[in-house]
Design a protein around this ligand. Sequence first.
Ligand SMILES: [Cu+2]
Length: 350
Amino acid sequence: MPVSLSFRTVRSGGARRRARTLLVVGVVLLVAGALLRATPAPTFAAPRTFATGGGGGGTVTTNATVNLTDAPAFDPNSIATSSGASVAIDLVNTGTYTHTFTLSSAANLTLNRSWTPTALDLFFHQHVPWVNVSVAPGASAWANFTVPANASGTYAFASVVPYQFQAGMGGDFNVTSGAAGAGITLQEQTAASALAFQPAVLQANTTGYPLHISVEVSNLGSIGHTWTLVPQANVNLTSGNFTSYFQAHPPAATVNVPTTPGQVVWANFTIAQAGTYQYLCEIPGHFAAGMVGYLYVGVTPPAVAPPPSTAIVEPILLIGGGTLLGIGVLLTLSASLVGRFPPRAPTAHH
Ligand SMILES: [Cu+2]
């Protein structure tokens, strides 16, 4: 069960009406955004749809952007999702050649780069691809499809334009079996006036793995951020080593946090095992300034975890209260010694 999170907002009384209007506008934008996101229009090829067989948890979606370059290569060349997921991949051809995104339906069958273009075509005739989208130079297209419920393993994708795959334009589509865990949703925001995540602690309790998690991220301010999750449990990166770590271990999820108020972005990923998963902002300097947090999956956050906002407020209240109490005690003591409270001013003598 996801932990319920609340945010305390301080507003001046005069701004309350405007805040309420913004709230209504925000909700409307949120709903509109969700509807738009749910139905990305394919611009090139109709999506292939597969029956999921029902069952499982809520609808899990995987949204990804893949650049098709003239290297030739897919960037990124690895996509992670789960069985039964609704997948929407924005294919962006950044080059001057036509490229295809052709995704094998055969699990754990590696395509061989030494195959001729004819051999590659033959493979895709024998294993009808889940997706086969051709993208013209400078154009973009959607690959929309549902991963079959019984899918699991690595599915290769390639560009079938002759000699592009042979030159390196291939990648892996990794499907985690989603049979055990249902999906859960968490909310995350980046702060308005500080380099911080609110909250800096997220918690997901589950009894089954893999667990599909969707984190809805939005921005309380206008500075660009990323929400980037480490792929391994119990890894504690520093601002000095996270870049090199991610080069060796691609993030489990990374999204650019919108700077438009009310706009949200979803980070969807699958967690395979219990543990503590660190997340951070990749914008240079932000992690060092404090943009880091922890997602606790199936484990209880430690008492010394990065404190929520109330934990910061309480010590201040305690210190403030203690100070007032101390002043009161001193005044009472002085009053008992002088006999007046406050003591009579010297000029008041007759
Ligand atoms: Cu940031």
